[in-house]
Ligand binder design. Structure first.
Ligand SMILES: Nc1ncnc2c1ncn2[C@@H]1O[C@H](COP(=O)(O)OP(=O)(O)OP(=O)(O)O)[C@@H](O)[C@H]1O
Length: 258
């Protein structure tokens, strides 16, 4: 039994005027603690698949099983980190990071103290009473991650969480997120357009082809890149050869040479 089983997913969006098949024949197994990235040309269905896994969209066909049980809706078992942090602007950082716990009725002294400890680990001690607008983009994303992890989701969905950040902040956050997820033993799926980020953070990179979106190829990351930080992975000798392999495949998909 795999931790997450994606079984023969097809999805078509129907509107009054048209039908767009976004995904076809998608099957994938993800093990507990694995970090997977979805990469592919724009419009190949990455976000649609993430939404289906999260239970936000019901697929036209196929099933998603998390620990052998069907996913039926967005529950606490799935955490989201998005490009925008979606912190409530009128609430303090402390109120923001506790909101998931409050809504799911899990807020108590123990869970509150764990969330505040995590804020500390993220280098955000002392900003608990500040409002989101007083923080930088990178700090806000870290606070959003604390809010997500506070409810102890089993699976994390990261939908281009670093794409709005400057390059240096993005590299730092990649390391911090990777470290934090490793220490919690979390399973995560990242959607990104950045090949380097996918390689540096993942155990496997899933490359999608478009029209309709299908799994084109799955790349296992070299062993020597897996147990080091994303920053060190980007600077490792093994990085450039796997980068070139994926780049070539992606380029041929985008220029239609395949
Ligand atoms: N709500 C919707 N209604 C109709 N068609 C949709 C809808 N959402 C997405 N699509 C279509 O489904 C296909 C897949 O879209 P999706 O956003 O999942 O791709 P993506 O790979 O995440 O794209 P990008 O990399 O640009 O974010 C596209 O052809 C898109 O136009």
């Amino acid at each position: 039994m795999s931790f997450l089983a994606i079984k023969d997913i097809h999805h078509t969006y129907f509107t009054k005027a048209s039908a767009t098949t976004a995904l076809s024949e998608i099957s994938l197994h993800v093990e507990e603690g694995e970090f997977i990235s979805f990469l592919g040309p724009s419009g190949c269905g990455k976000t649609t698949l993430l939404s289906i896994i999260a239970g936000l969209i019901k697929p036209t066909q196929g099933t998603i099983l998390l620990e052998n049980k069907p996913i039926t809706g967005l529950k606490n078992q799935i955490g989201y980190m998005l490009q925008q942090d979606y912190l409530f602007p009128w609430k303090t950082i402390e109120e923001n990071i506790l909101i998931g716990l409050k809504l799911s009725k899990q807020l108590n002294e123990q869970t509150k103290s764990a969330a505040l400890d995590l804020l500390n680990q993220m280098g955000l001690k002392g900003i608990e009473k500040q409002l989101p607008k007083q923080l930088s983009g990178g700090m806000r994303q870290r606070a959003a991650l604390v809010r997500t992890l506070a409810t102890e989701p089993k699976l994390l969905m990261l939908d281009e969480p670093f794409s709005a950040l400057d390059y240096q902040t993005k590299l730092k956050l990649e390391d911090l997120v990777s470290n934090t997820l490793d220490s919690f033993g979390k399973t995560a799926i990242l959607v990104t357009h950045d090949i380097g980020e996918a390689i540096a953070m993942s155990d496997r990179v899933v490359l999608f082809s478009p029209s309709p979106g299908r799994i084109h190829k799955i790349f296992e990351m070299p062993e020597e890149l897996r147990n080091i930080s994303p920053f060190n992975a980007r600077n490792h000798d093994a990085f450039s050869s796997i980068f070139q392999k994926i780049w070539k495949e992606l380029d041929s998909l985008e220029t239609g040479k395949n």
